[in-house]
Design a protein around this ligand. Structure first.
Ligand code: GUN
Length: 280
């Protein structure tokens, strides 16, 4: 069994991005990223602060915008319109989830597609589906980068994606499909889940249920990618995979923390650089 070290890979990618950004700055372009947080959700605050810090580390101009929980949809849309028109900003990210009184789809569609560094806008989702996307959702893109780094080619593999979110499951399905895998996507309504996971060569789990993928659900030698980040009442951080029992049975596995998480941020920075280069 080999650990897929997303943390180490993210550091390597950030070093490369730092060099590229230094070069871009000499040409007069400083990549700019705006991250908007509405409300005071502690997990979201942690993620947004990490994105802000990582941006600054690689030389991206980072604009963190924190809005109160009772911000109106209109005010948020106006904020996005201002950022769309701001030439110093190449990437816009609105941290999800948003408060219930705000229509998430409307907000995402308001972001200029060429500044949509999350890859959540319908135009970018469509392009991902046809295989022509430049801005691809960060977490599934991070998973693909990990596979590439360890020379794991999805071509012809039976892949099983657990979770059908727009942020992870659906884009993951498209990326694996475009890479030649045979993809099964499972979710909370799936019947006989174990039957599907047991025949998979590659399993990507992103459903937000602590340690739900157990050793008896996988085949010997499977490749396991854990997208989950769950904090137990004890304070311990665990993934969606029962690491201790699954690890000895698989060929490769991502740890939590230190697996997919750091790659999500590295891919956000990479997308911001892509957006900055594509400007105009
Ligand atoms: N919430 C959880 N993951 C993400 C993400 O990748 N992007 C945004 N905007 N919000 C999230």
């Amino acid at each position: 069994m080999q650990i897929l070290d997303g943390k180490a890979l993210s550091i390597k990618i950030k070093e490369k991005l730092k060099d590229e950004i230094t070069t871009l700055k000499k040409d007069g372009i400083t990549p700019g990223l705006a991250v908007i947080l509405v409300g005071e959700d502690p997990a979201s605050q942690t993620y947004v602060n990490a994105k802000d810090r990582a941006s600054q580390e690689v030389g991206i101009y980072s604009k963190k915008i924190t809005l109160p929980p009772d911000t109106t949809q209109e005010a948020l849309l106006q904020q996005i319109a201002d950022l769309n028109a701001d030439n110093s900003i190449h990437g816009i990210l609105v941290q999800l989830p948003l408060p219930k009184h705000i229509d998430t789809a409307k907000v995402i569609e308001a972001i200029a597609p060429h500044k949509d560094v999350d890859g959540f806008h319908e135009l970018n989702v469509g392009k991902l589906s046809t295989g022509s996307a430049k801005l691809i959702p960060c977490t599934p893109l991070g998973v693909m980068e990990i596979l590439k780094e360890y020379n794991i080619d999805p071509m012809g593999l039976d892949a099983c994606v657990l979770g059908r979110s727009n942020i992870v499951g659906k884009p993951m399905m498209n990326l694996l499909l475009n890479a030649g895998a045979t993809v099964t996507i499972c979710h909370s309504k799936t019947k006989n889940l174990k039957e599907k996971t047991s025949r998979a060569d590659l399993i990507v789990v992103g459903i937000g249920k602590p340690e739900m993928l157990q050793a008896d659900m996988i085949k010997e030698g499977a490749i396991i990618i854990d997208v989950g980040i769950n904090r137990l009442e004890s304070g311990k951080l665990v993934g969606d995979v029962a690491f201790t029992s699954v690890a000895p049975k698989c060929s490769y596995i991502t740890p939590v923390p230190g697996g997919v998480g750091p790659m999500t941020i590295a891919m956000l920075l990479q997308n911001t650089l892509i957006a900055a280069k594509n400007k105009g």
